[in-house]
Design a binder for this molecule. Structure first.
Ligand code: SF4
Length: 359
């Protein structure tokens, strides 16, 4: 469990006796609880303070969305995201939620997860010939608040019994008790965003350290899960070769490559709006000082030559660790794929490789 705790809890009327509210009362007995009728209008101006206003509500509308990498011009891996909440107990300096959720303060958890499962079930049954990769970690950390949400208790058995889908649970936490409590399934892949130790220390306050993340992945592998890793965002820190080589060495010392479902690489990307918010909040000074170049998707990245050098170097290291680990780069155009992998696979091909048979 992270050190996050709510300063106040807002519960939509009708959910007072839900399991999630009961968990909140157990873990945070001193947090004041207010019952509200929607819409809830929170006034918090400060984004960090807003993360401590916990809102428990029903989600109305669709839970499933296409991942933003489906932006025209970028090669995509056909990933679907399911939103079971919005906002995160951590506060990474580069996090896009600072901009994306600026007008929607509060950390929202959706209590009607059964509705999400029913929506997913309909899609999976409608397309039995297709294979889906689905993740919950787009707008929330998939595991950090599992002690409240109990998502793993619901999601693991659900996906374990679905032949045509794999669920990815992306996290920067070590909240793995819920996963350890049930039989592992190859249809559930816990995944860690991973980075150079200095980037984690400086830019990802409150998250688990590199060593802790690798330890958690190792424990889950030993419990029978496949795991995944995302080097995202890669940051061109000084002596980046040494910094990232150390991460791969640490991974290869602890992790069985045959039970790694996939590894992705993606460079830091900042929209102008996000840069503005970061400056206003005094976050990520070191990242903002880098020379960044605008790209066709409206986001700025380090120049293409440096991105290619970092991708090629890291892919080579990963290949020498185990050439069979499925690898891909994230949110990059065809030209970068071509010069990194020597080919531009279609979105379906990327997805098929990542969904390939388990070894
Ligand atoms: S863990 Fe992810 S969602 Fe949470 S603050 Fe960091 S970047 Fe944002």
């Amino acid at each position: 469990m992270s050190s996050w705790q709510p300063n106040a809890v807002f519960v939509e009327r009708g959910l007072e006796n839900s399991r999630i509210v009961s968990n909140v009362r157990t873990y945070y007995p001193n947090a004041p609880v207010h019952v509200f009728e929607p819409p809830l209008l929170l006034q918090s101006q400060d984004f960090a303070a807003a993360k401590r206003e916990l809102v428990i509500q029903r989600h109305r509308g669709s839970f499933l969305h296409h991942c933003p990498a489906g932006t025209p011009g970028l090669v995509c891996c056909n990933y679907l995201v399911v939103h079971l909440g919005a906002n995160c107990p951590f506060d990474c300096s580069y996090c896009f939620l600072q901009e994306y959720l600026a007008s929607s303060p509060g950390l929202r958890l959706f209590a009607n997860v059964e509705d999400a499962l029913s929506e997913i079930d309909t899609i999976l049954r409608r397309h039995p010939q297709r294979r889906f990769r689905i993740g919950t970690g787009e707008l929330i950390d998939s595991l950090a608040l599992d002690h409240l949400t109990e998502h793993t208790r619901l999601l693991v058995p659900f996906f374990a019994s679905r032949a045509n889908a794999v669920l990815e649970l992306k996290t920067k936490s070590v909240a793995i008790d819920g996963l350890l409590a049930q039989p592992a399934s190859d249809h559930v892949v816990p995944a860690w965003s991973i980075n150079a130790a200095s980037v984690i220390e400086q830019e990802e306050p409150g998250t688990a350290t590199l060593t802790e993340r690798i330890w958690a992945a190792q424990r889950l592998q030993r419990a029978g899960y496949r795991v995944a890793f995302h080097f995202d965002p890669l940051v061109a820190v000084e002596a980046w070769e040494r910094a990232y080589r150390d991460v791969i060495d640490a991974l290869s010392a602890a992790i069985d490559p045959q039970r790694v479902a996939w590894i992705s690489l993606g460079h830091l990307r900042l929209s102008l709006g996000l840069k503005r918010v970061m400056r206003e909040r005094g976050r990520g000074e070191r990242l903002l000082a880098a020379e960044l170049v605008p790209n066709s998707d409206g986001k700025e990245r380090v120049w293409r030559g440096l991105r290619l050098r970092m991708y090629r170097t890291m892919l080579q290291w990963l290949e020498s660790w185990d050439a069979k680990i499925p690898r891909y780069i994230c949110m990059e155009p065809a030209g970068v794929w071509e010069r990194t992998f020597g080919e531009v696979p279609s979105d379906q091909e990327v997805a098929a490789r990542l969904m390939g048979p388990t070894r």
